[in-house]
Write a protein that binds this ligand. Structure first.
Ligand code: ATP
Ligand code: MG
Length: 402
């Protein structure tokens, strides 16, 4: 058993000691059986939330309405969820209500895929009610029960099937795949944030190539913001990622928007429709400006400079992209830039005011911008006396011009 499970064993045992059932469930069980590292340990129990809270001294109500209580133990938090069923889905998304039950079987039945419906008992026994172990061995993603019904209950599961196939390198079983193809339009009912989470994981998976082709084959892309009818670009993206895995969210979205041929402005609209953060959008915009320029011709040091902190992500995208440009040469050029940011300029606004008695105004900004440009382009040394002299010249010229 991995360290994380061993550390959490006393929790299962304590719940059992109080007369209830408790199991490890979900992704951590699946990943352990696959020999992969795990991140968080989820526990399912027959104890109701109140009962869980009575057993442990330190708990937090993280999702009590859905039966989830976080148990704090030795600086670790363990999400513990009461066995539950989800009933009366009327809108293809979340269950209208959850009902707590005492039976593990009912809880496992509401889970999405057989490989995610395994439970691990404290004594090491694996409870496998839907042949999930066989699907794990055969590398197969198969819905628990009737795929079509399960996607009607929660359409997000279609995206999840695709993302697990990307992450795990598993095939989606034929009936499940057919149900995705037949019901892709149900994704219209799902909040874009939830789709984004799954799609981002898909983009970062090791088998993204296969997952993108399945996405296209099932027509799911037609229900994703801004990806309708982008078949050719997505095939191109899949090809680029045949032997590659992306390890960064920003890189993934920058590469996607680049392959879609978007300008920085269009990418902003696209990413907003996916509800991405302004922070991510800013980085993608900076990167795209440089990459789109590189598509046409070489870039100047000034253009390179303007990429700023987005440089690392941009160089990664360049390497993944079809552009025949080595990122190392650009990286060297970037590192050799005289300054990397405005703040590094050897002369600042204070100097202009103090030494040259220049008052803040349009000329003030123009002087600093000109100096910044010239230093970056290597036309002026980043040296205070040199910059002061240059500033004086700019100011004089400006006054002559008036
Ligand atoms: P990850 O390693 O990405 O966390 P995971 O399998 O743990 O993968 P989660 O989203 O953390 O995925 O969900 C935990 C478990 O809850 C899943 O393994 C599955 O059993 C169940 N589950 C999650 N989302 C759904 C859903 N939409 N429908 C049915 N079951 C779900
Ligand atoms: Mg998880």
């Amino acid at each position: 058993l991995p360290q994380e499970f061993i550390a959490a064993l006393p929790i299962l045992e304590k719940i059992e000691g109080a007369g209830y059932e408790a199991y490890f469930v979900g992704g951590s069980v699946r990943d352990t059986l696959l020999g992969k590292p795990i991140h968080d340990v989820d526990i399912a129990t027959s104890a109701f939330p109140k009962e869980v809270k009575a057993i442990f001294e330190h708990t937090v109500d993280t999702g009590i309405k859905h039966g989830t209580v976080m148990i704090l133990d030795q600086g670790q938090g363990y999400e513990t969820t009461t066995f539950r069923t989800e009933s009366t889905y009327t809108d293809f998304r979340r269950p209208d209500e959850v009902t707590f039950v005492r039976s593990l079987a009912e809880d496992l039945q509401r889970r999405d895929f057989t490989i995610n419906a395994l439970a691990l008992k404290s004594d090491g026994e694996v409870i496998d009610l839907f042949d999930g172990l066989k699907d794990l061995t055969d590398h197969r993603i198969r819905a628990v029960g009737k795929a079509e019904e399960r996607f009607f209950e929660d359409a997000l599961r279609m995206m999840r099937a695709l993302r697990f196939s990307s992450q795990l390198g598993f095939e989606i079983e034929a009936t499940t795949l057919q149900a995705i193809q037949d019901n892709a339009a149900l994704l219209n009912n799902i909040a874009v944030e939830r789709i984004n989470t799954e799609f981002t994981k898909l983009l970062l998976g090791k088998n993204v190539w296969y997952a993108i082709l399945e996405l296209l084959r099932t027509g799911v892309h037609n229900y994703l913001p801004g990806l309708e009818n982008s078949d050719i670009d997505l095939v191109g993206l899949a090809d680029l990622l045949k032997q590659e895995q992306i390890d960064d969210v920003t890189v993934a979205w920058m590469l996607l928007t680049f392959e879609l041929g978007l300008t920085a402005d269009d990418a902003q609209i696209f990413l907003k429709s996916w509800k991405h953060s302004n922070e991510l959008i800013k980085v993608v915009r900076s990167g795209l400006r440089l990459l789109n320029q590189l598509r046409i011709k070489d870039v100047t040091d000034w253009q390179l400079y303007q990429v700023g902190t987005a440089i690392q992500a941009t160089l990664k995208v360049l390497d993944l992209s079809e552009l025949p440009i080595e990122s190392t040469s650009l990286q060297v050029r970037y590192e050799q830039l005289p300054i990397k940011e405005k703040q590094a300029l050897a002369l600042n606004g204070g100097d202009l005011t103090k030494t040259l008695a220049l008052k803040p105004g349009p000329l003030f900004g123009k002087v600093l911008a000109t100096l910044e440009y010239k230093v970056v382009m290597g036309e002026l040394a980043n040296d205070k006396p040199v910059l002061l002299k240059a500033a004086t010249t700019i100011i004089q010229k400006d006054q002559q011009g008036k």
